[in-house]
Design a protein around this ligand. Structure first.
Ligand code: ATP
Ligand code: MG
Length: 592
């Protein structure tokens, strides 16, 4: 296994968003440390995922912060797998995590594993025993918990706490040698059972787990706890700023205690707010449950908030980074509106996704006065946001498909699309007027007969008459068939964990989170689309080609619909409130 990152994932990997991003308190700490020369001008961070699942959008925030800060100040970042829980960790996760970090556009300087340090961690544990700062405890996990006390009551010392150094060394050696069953003993730091901080009440350093480790095999049957492994791993790697989420704030005294007692390089732990998103769960354990219970098709189901899920759905790394740069980094946990993430996806795709015409739920339209057998090539703009994207030709003929929704036999008031006797514009083509319909035996409209006005080619009437709407279409004879997968939120409750007594979060799953449309009709320019390509289907949203596509059978994921609810909410709030909702100094551009 190589320790270096083979290739930059993105040319000139420094993400532009970092430079223009609003500042945050972590960056200010780093700036101050540089000013006081605290770490001799070094800035070295690490991203420490546990390989027990796929990364999610919450990790993207941590990655953006860890890598972005180091990049900004000329330092580097290690990718370190925190693999101290052999029962839950797998090589599959190790691989997906690397792929996801690269996809986000970041490159690590070194690839490390906490398991690389098992020997060093063990030696340091022996050192602490020798100093009288650690002891082997025979209490069971349950007893350890009971002896710990509560926030209001001090803990109770274990009867094994005052073993001799010799006995502790002997027992610890035998723990390592595999003499005892799982859970029979632990190694604990000897700190203070009366500390107001529960983490300081003789925390467990090692536990016995006879399990195959994904890298060290059966070499070890004692494994360090997160708290004991993490800070020491930081120190070994000479990490300057060890940035983690707020739930570790109360662990910082312990982090520093180990550093002090061992006299090792003092990395500095800094805590920031964990990302929470409405309608979304960001917990690998719960996401794993969705996968295992087959509530989703896998870790990369496009409804999942995993990096692999949003990638498959069509989100771009640029959009994710812009989102991270704009949500702010603070000291209080909050919840970000999922619509804000979608807003950044839309903004990015708006700039670069080519526009095409696609009809998801087709209704046949016959233009009775258009010559049979004739085809015209209509010029269409590929991207109004990007002149260099140029134009393409879209074939037009006598029989077309339009959306079922774009026709009403009995139009309600205010309905301006096609209906009997009404004239509309076909995008890039002609004005048409609906004349008659054919119904099936259930009374549903299956065909609309229209006439067109040849003088309106290109979309304008020489006599200046106006139409109230423009609809998209696809020529039936030229259409390609495709499947479209339309997604809604995976959960119907903004807080998926908000469930009645006795239920778990799966009670909040949205039964309509996936709608498969099997008979979509696409303009023929899409014939060459390949997995991962992204488009705007005019009026319908942004779509990306799913890897399930096969030759002759394209499958599209709707990445995001066109309507921007977040931008709307923001403009309704007004600019003052907009800033505080963002938690940043800089407001995101709301689209009109
Ligand atoms: P999960 O509960 O999903 O397993 P975790 O914190 O246990 O999350 P790790 O693999 O330990 O996952 O995370 C690696 C890094 O990512 C940690 O520094 C962690 O603080 C950070 N991280 C995880 N979830 C989030 C989140 N929602 N927002 C910001 N950072 C996160
Ligand atoms: Mg975890």
């Amino acid at each position: 296994m190589s320790n270096s990152n083979p290739k930059p994932a993105v040319a000139g990997a420094m993400p532009a968003e970092t430079v223009s991003a609003p500042s945050n308190f972590v960056r200010e700490i780093v700036r101050e440390d540089l000013r006081t020369n605290k770490f001799q001008g070094r800035v070295w961070t690490r991203f420490p995922p546990e390989p027990n699942g796929y990364l999610h959008i919450g990790h993207a925030k941590a990655i953006w912060l860890d890598f972005g800060l180091a990049d900004e100040f000329g330092g580097g970042t290690n990718l370190r797998f925190d693999d101290t829980n052999p029962e839950k960790e797998e090589t599959e996760y190790v691989e997906s995590i690397q792929e996801d970090v690269r996809w986000l556009g970041f490159n690590w300087e070194n690839l490390y594993y906490a398991s690389d340090y098992f020997q060093q961690l063990y030696d340091w544990a022996v050192e602490l025993i020798r100093k009288g700062k650690a002891y082997v405890d025979d209490l069971s996990a349950e007893e350890v918990r009971r002896y710990r006390g509560t926030l209001t009551e001090p803990g109770k010392e274990s009867p094994y706490r005052n073993r001799s150094i010799e006995e502790n060394l002997d027992l610890f050696t035998r723990m390592k040698a595999g003499e005892f069953p799982d859970g029979a003993r632990t190694l604990r730091a000897k700190i203070d059972m009366a500390s107001p901080n529960l983490n300081m009440r003789d925390p467990v350093m090692y536990r016995i787990v006879h399990a195959e480790h994904h890298r060290t095999g059966d070499k070890w049957c004692i494994y360090p706890t997160y708290d004991y492994a993490h800070g020491q791993s930081d120190s070994i790697e000479k990490i300057t700023h060890s940035i983690c989420t707020l739930e570790f704030e109360d662990h910082r005294p312990l982090y520093n205690w180990y550093v002090k007692e061992l006299g090792i390089f003092p990395s500095q732990q800094i805590e920031f707010d964990r990302l929470n998103l409405t309608y979304t769960l960001l917990s690998k354990r719960k996401l794993l449950q969705l996968v295992q219970e087959k509530r989703v098709s896998g870790w990369d189901d496009p409804r999942m908030p995993t990096i692999s899920g949003i990638r498959r759905r069509g989100y771009t790394p640029e959009a994710v980074r812009a989102f991270c740069a704009n949500i702010g980094v603070t000291k209080t946990n909050g919840t970000i509106d999922l619509a804000m993430l979608e807003h950044f996806v839309r903004e990015d795709l708006n700039r670069r996704a080519p526009r095409v015409m696609a009809v998801l739920k087709p209704l046949k339209v016959v233009i009775d006065n258009y010559p049979e057998g004739r085809t015209e090539e209509m010029g269409a703009v590929n991207n109004p946001e990007d002149e260099s994207a140029g134009m393409r030709k879209v074939p037009f003929s006598r029989v077309l498909y339009i959306e079922q929704d774009d026709f009403r036999e009995d139009p309600p008031k205010g309905y301006f699309r096609l209906s009997p006797g009404k004239e509309v514009r076909l995008r890039y083509a002609y004005f048409i007027t609906a004349k008659s319909v054919i119904n099936n035996d259930k009374g549903e409209v299956v065909e609309v007969h229209c006439t067109y006005d040849p003088a309106t080619r290109g979309g304008n009437a020489p006599d200046g008459r106006k139409v109230k709407s423009t609809i998209h279409w696809v020529s039936a004879a030229h259409a390609i068939n495709a499947e479209a997968r339309l997604y809604d939120n995976l959960f119907s409750n903004p807080d998926p964990n908000d469930v009645p007594e006795g239920k778990d979060f799966t009670a909040n799953l949205n039964p309509n989170s996936l709608e498969v449309v099997g008979q979509a009709k696409l303009e023929p320019s899409l014939a060459k689309a390949k997995a991962g390509d992204r488009y705007q289907f005019e009026r319908l949203g942004y779509f990306s080609v799913d890897p399930d596509s096969e030759p002759g059978k394209l499958v599209f994921n709707r990445t995001v619909a066109l309507k921007d609810t977040w931008a709307k909410k923001q403009s309704a709030l007004g600019s003052q409130k907009k800033q505080s909702a963002l938690g940043t100094q800089q407001s995101a551009k709301a689209k009109p």
